[in-house]
Design a protein around this ligand. Sequence first.
Ligand SMILES: [Zn+2]
Length: 267
Amino acid sequence: MPQRKREFEHRNDIVEVGRRLYQKGFVAAADGNVSVRMEADRVLTTPSGLNKGRLSPEDLVVTDMTGRKVYGRRDPSSEMEMHLVMYREREDVCAVVHAHPVHASGFAVAGIPMDQPLLSEALLTLGTVPLARYGTPTTPELAEAVRPFAGFDGILLANHGALTVGSDLLQAYDRMETLEHSAHIYLVARMLGSAQPLSEEHVTKLQQIRERCQPPRGSCLGCQVLEDSIQTVPSKLTQPAPGGTYQLTREELIDLITDVVKDMGRP
Ligand SMILES: [Zn+2]
């Protein structure tokens, strides 16, 4: 059974993904945002206004599902609502990545969706990628533009950038890499003047394989084991070792302190 990740591990994952997004040139300066749904009503997100290549774990912010800050010394991403729409519409989504990779954003600026079945590998891991209409960043327009396409794993945002989702953060990040790599290949094929779509028969076969490989809708890898494993630390505290002492690993201690801090933020 997969183990639930602890909050400090999610923090480290987001810092690592921010670094990769920056190193790959998918974001510049303070562009982009990344989030993880840790629990049903707790989302860990990148802060507003910081470079994603230079984040520290303590820069990240925890919000509830309305986007209200629960704890963290900075403000949450101003595009948080777009992430929350994906979480609300898709129970299987536990991570969202938004970036401005050059080739994919080029398609978004040109108003060209990546909805033709051109690459077998991209269809398997990402599916086709629609183009959401333009919505002004930092306003609710952006979230409303994305909502009709919440069923897709990758979305182009007109005159803006791209959004990918996953059942965990690495899957959402890998889909952003696939999206950008595909956009680069599509561009080369267009420059060569003959982008040949896959046949309907081949697309059907790929869709069948993709559906077989997907986890069932409604089961988020990060959340589904939460209820089972969250009891581990408290149960240790009810059973002291001889002499009345308690033995916890470093991770269990961090988890316990995190839970206490989280409870302080609850109404
Ligand atoms: Zn953006």
